[in-house]
Structure formats: structure tokens, C-alpha cells
Design a protein. Structure first.
Length: 328
């Protein structure tokens, strides 16, 4: 039985579930935000033996911990629903208890055959650790600085004509007054312009900056086990600046994707990188410079990949199903 720990809104499990179903492989989908409303569960430790059961009260499908053959941690969310509405502080307490149980359970099964890991994914999300690990397996990496001091950022930027400013955790903020979302895309900034920025622009947050590296094109490399699926992103072919700095801005401007034959050396570096961090899956963002150098930017240990499969036809979901069924 494959346990898929995810959320209701995520569409990524759908094609993988189709592959599992076609091969008669049983699965159980646990949508964690509905832990308290859609499931009944019990965990027991008795006579030196531990096991648990989870039942979907809508489908009647039941999972026993002892029947699990593999686990896919696919972006679980915080428990958010209770069967009966209650006073806000009580609700907060009860949902925190549900979250504690969920974390305990996920840690208890962390050593199962898996994609995704409560123990390793968060650790592997550190941009600092990512750059150190990437360098250790042979990748070229951009010079990088994190600081809350203007002097540090100015000193770093003085070495380059341009830098890029990135977010660390928050991809966006919601403006309630204007009912709109502001997305934090990577921004290219002229180093000389930073001197005029007020001190508060640096002391009120943590600045994450890197040297700006010229691009010939970009790559999104999805690695499942030992299989690498490389997608070439033609971000520099766009007619205007939308998407040239951050390809996410190019979706509505004719951004082209295609399958890419990754050199064996770069493929091996990707696999070594994941192995160094105890991962079986990762989505790499790489730059290929005008001179042909491959530069590591980051690796999302539980990144999005379905849009790559849709755009290129590469069989990523099938590879995930293979891994979960231990076919590789």
C-alpha cells in the first residue's frame, strides 16, 4: 500500500495515482488539512509492537501502518478543519493537537521507502546548505550574501555591475485593502543604485542577494531516484523583459519549454547532490551561460513538476509511480 500524504488542492498526485491504479497497486491518500473531518485514526503501542490505522470516513478505505510499502510526502498542509465549530482559542488548541499527532506520525514512518521526507525536506530547503552541497559535488554556484546590514550588501554588490534580489521564504503577500496578491519575483538591480536606498530597507528584513549571471537559457531538472528529466526553458527568447530575469513571469508571454539532453556530468552531479542530502527527489533550477557553463541556482526538495510533464510529455509521474513501487 502506498501512502500519499498531501492536500486536497494538489493536482500532482492525480497522474501518479492513475499509474498506480493501472498497475493494481493500492494507495491511500491522506489530505492533511482534513485530518480531523475526513478520517478516523488510532495509533497503538502494545506488547512492544506499534501500529496504526487510518480510515477515510467518506470512502471507507482503511490503511494499516503495517501494510505500507512506501510513502510519498507531497506537500502536506496544517490541519485546518474540525467536525464541530467551537470558540477560537479551543479551535486553535485542538488543531495544534492534531498537528502534533500528524508530525509524530510522519516522523514515526520517516524511514519507509519514500519520496519526500519530514526529516530531510525542510533541512534541504536551506539555500545556504544548498549552495554548500552543490559546490561540494562539483557545481558552479553564484556568489551569495544574506544580511540585515546595508554596509554588507553594498560591499557585496560593489564587486558586480548587477545583482539579483530574491525572497527567502515568502513568495507573495496578500493586500486585503486592494484584494490582490503581490508576488515576489527575482529582481535584477543595478549595484550602483543601492547606495540611495534608505537604511530601513535593509534593517527591516533579511536581504538575500546574488551576483547576476548572464543566461543563454535555463534548465528545470526533475530527478526521481536515478532518473533525470531535463527541461530547457527559453527565457531569453522572449520579446520583452517579462520572464528573462525570473522565468515564472513568462508564462503569459509565450515562454517555450522542451525536453533537453542533459550532459552525463551534470546528471551525475544532480544525483550526487540528492544523495548528499538524503533525498530521492528534487527539482533543480540551473542556468546555462552564453559560454556554456552550467550554474546551480537552487533545488526544491518537493518542487512542482506537472507543468513540465504537460509541456514536454516527459514521463515524470510514471517515474514517481515506479519509484513508489520500487521499480527502478
Amino acid at each position: 500500500m502506498v501512502l500519499i500524504i498531501t492536500n486536497k488542492e494538489d493536482v500532482h498526485p492525480t497522474p501518479v495515482i492513475e499509474h498506480l491504479t493501472a498497475r493494481d497497486m493500492p494507495f491511500f491518500r491522506l489530505n492533511t488539512e482534513a485530518l480531523m473531518t475526513d478520517y478516523q485514526f488510532v495509533w497503538l503501542h502494545s506488547g512492544g509492537i506499534s501500529d496504526f490505522r487510518i480510515k477515510n470516513i467518506h470512502t471507507g478505505l482503511e490503511l494499516r501502518g503495517s501494510d505500507i510499502t512506501s510513502v510519498w510526502e507531497r506537500r502536506p498542509e496544517l490541519p485546518a478543519e474540525l467536525p464541530v465549530d467551537c470558540e477560537p482559542q479551543v479551535k486553535k488548541h485542538n488543531l495544534n493537537e492534531a498537528l502534533g499527532f500528524l508530525r509524530f506520525l510522519r516522523h514515526a514512518i520517516k524511514d519507509y521507502w519514500s519520496i519526500g521526507s519530514i526529516a530531510n525536506d525542510r533541512l534541504a530547503s536551506s539555500k545556504m546548505l544548498q549552495l554548500q552541497t552543490a559546490r561540494g559535488v562539483g557545481f558552479s554556484t553564484p556568489d551569495t550574501c544574506f544580511s540585515n546590514r546595508k554596509a554588507d550588501i553594498l560591499d557585496f554588490a560593489s564587486r558586480y555591475e548587477n545583482i539579483v534580489l530574491k525572497s527567502i521564504e515568502s513568495d507573495s503577500v496578500w493586500d486585503d485593502e486592494n484584494d490582490r496578491e503581490y508576488v515576489f519575483y527575482t529582481r535584477k538591480v543595478a549595484s550602483a543604485s543601492l547606495a540611495d536606498a534608505p537604511e530601513e530597507a535593509f534593517t527591516q528584513t533579511v536581504s538575500f542577494v546574488q551576483e547576476y549571471i548572464e543566461k543563454q537559457y535555463e534548465l528545470r531538472v526533475t530527478v526521481v531516484g536515478l532518473k533525470c528529466f531535463a527541461c530547457k526553458i527559453h527565457s531569453q527568447d522572449l520579446d520583452d523583459d517579462k520572464g528573462k530575469i525570473d522565468w515564472r513571469q513568462g508564462y503569459d508571454h509565450g515562454l517555450k519549454h522542451e525536453a533537453y539532453d542533459l550532459p552525463s556530468e551534470i546528471r551525475l552531479q544532480c544525483v550526487k547532490y540528492l544523495s548528499a542530502l538524503g533525498l530521492n527527489f528534487g527539482c533543480f533550477d540551473l542556468i546555462v551561460t552564453p559560454s556554456g557553463e552550467y550554474v546551480f541556482l537552487e533545488c526544491n526538495p518537493n518542487g512542482q513538476w506537472l507543468w513540465i510533464e504537460d509541456a514536454t510529455g516527459m514521463k515524470i509521474s510514471e517515474a514517481i509511480a515506479d519509484w513508489l513501487m520500487k521499480i527502478f
